[in-house]
Design a binder for this molecule. Structure first.
Ligand SMILES: [Cu+2]
Length: 404
């Protein structure tokens, strides 16, 4: 095969692959599509990005067209070198002023939108968002905001941030270890979450629904497994969610598998994981001390694990496929009700959670050297391998399934 033929074939392959990627990119049901805004902040960005894209696209096409013309028209065909000239003031000044004008034209609305996005005086509800390797914690301070009813006691959850649809929610974000970035493409742009700083970000969803996102700043080995969702509920639904999060602890019935699970949990898990209302045998409330165990100083609060439907950085589903689809693809008028059902026994997809309890660092890479699953700086990075027996795991699953 001649080199010319080879080039032609490669070029065709590249063209085909590019066209394929473009068509795939235009698929209409991508949950993290920035071009399908589902809230007022994302709408501001979209309204700016589209005209800017058209202007930039037009400039790009013109520049490429002129380059193509020059390359073809004046290519080397053995002709003598043309006479050299220098200086065309009108053209030079014109080609300086024109791009400057275009840039000013783009800058004015851009600065306006940046200022609008940073506006937080109009927020009605506060959630503290903290990133750590490799999951997000959401804690709701007690407040009058978030609905007429407010939030009477603090709530701590992880993976899925629940908000009332239609309200402007103020996210106060930070990190406990490295820089992460909070990004729910359908609701707003990215905001870096930096240790030692608090960064604000406003969230609003027009309609009830679930909106997927992911950490958007490389943050170590399992960066790709650091996902999150925003679940927006109706006002009544949000009130129900709040009441349920604050409901009193219901211990498992005596002499059940779940009751054995509670004991196993106390013995193996409660040093890191808080379950509000859980007590030791003497009736003293158990308070987790993840700061003594884990490098970031935190581990997810498991009080209501089964009210969220993903776990470990929202990477794995707690719902079986058909149940997950029923929630994720629900229309906005039925979404709230389906979401609030949480993980029922019929819908519980236990395989991933079982594997997680069997060996968490195997499921979600946490150390670059897999042989060294021990502590980093004498503290664990993420959840360690706990050498649980299959019986213990059965008990724990039965116990956790009741946490909602
Ligand atoms: Cu991250």
């Amino acid at each position: 095969m001649t080199s010319k033929n080879l080039l032609g074939r490669r070029a065709r392959l590249v063209a085909l692959a590019t066209a394929g990627a473009v068509v795939a990119g235009c698929a209409n049901n991508a949950p993290q599509d920035t071009f399908q805004p589902k809230g007022s902040n994302a709408q501001l960005i979209d309204d700016l990005a589209r005209p800017v894209f058209y202007i930039a696209g037009l400039v790009g096409v013109i520049v490429m067209g002129v380059i193509g013309f020059v390359v073809l028209r004046y290519r080397d065909r053995g002709q003598p070198i043309p006479e050299q000239t220098h200086g065309r003031p009108a053209l030079e000044i014109g080609l300086t002023i024109l791009p400057a004008l275009i840039l000013i034209g783009v800058a004015i609305p851009s600065v306006g939108v940046i200022m609008d996005l940073n506006e937080t005086d109009d927020t009605e509800c506060v959630v503290n968002v903290t990133g750590q390797q490799w999951w997000w914690e959401f804690d709701y301070p007690a407040q009058d905001g978030c609905l007429p009813g407010g939030i009477p006691e603090p709530i701590v959850t992880s993976g899925q941030m629940v908000i009332p649809a239609g309200q402007n929610v103020l996210i106060r974000g930070t990190s406990r270890d490295v820089i992460h970035s909070f990004w729910i493409p359908a609701l707003n742009g990215k905001r870096d979450m930096v240790p030692g700083r608090v960064q604000n970000l406003r969230m609003q969803a027009y309609e009830p629904g679930i909106y997927a996102g992911q950490c958007a700043e490389f943050c170590g080995l399992s960066h790709a497994n650091m996902r999150m969702e925003v679940a927006a509920l109706t006002d009544d639904g949000f009130q129900e969610w709040v009441d349920n999060q604050l409901a009193e602890y219901t211990p498992p019935e005596a002499d059940t598998l779940a009751a054995e699970g509670e004991a196993t949990f106390v013995a193996n898990c409660s040093r890191c994981h808080q379950i509000d209302g859980l007590e030791d045998e003497e009736g003293t409330p158990l308070v987790a001390r993840p700061d003594e165990q884990v490098y970031s100083g935190a581990a997810p609060n498991l009080t209501n694990l089964m009210t969220r439907n993903t776990f470990a950085g929202a990477t794995w589903s707690l719902l079986r496929d058909e149940c997950r689809d029923a929630v994720w693809e629900a229309d906005s008028d039925v979404f709230t009700e389906r979401y609030l059902e949480g993980v029922t026994e019929d819908c519980f997809a236990e395989v991933d959670l079982r594997e997680w309890l069997r060996d968490a660092p195997k499921k979600k890479p946490m150390y670059t050297d897999p042989e060294e699953l021990g502590p980093t700086d004498e503290l664990y990075r993420g959840m360690p391998y706990l050498a649980l027996s299959e019986d213990q795991i059965d008990q724990l699953l039965a116990y956790l399934l009741e946490r909602k």
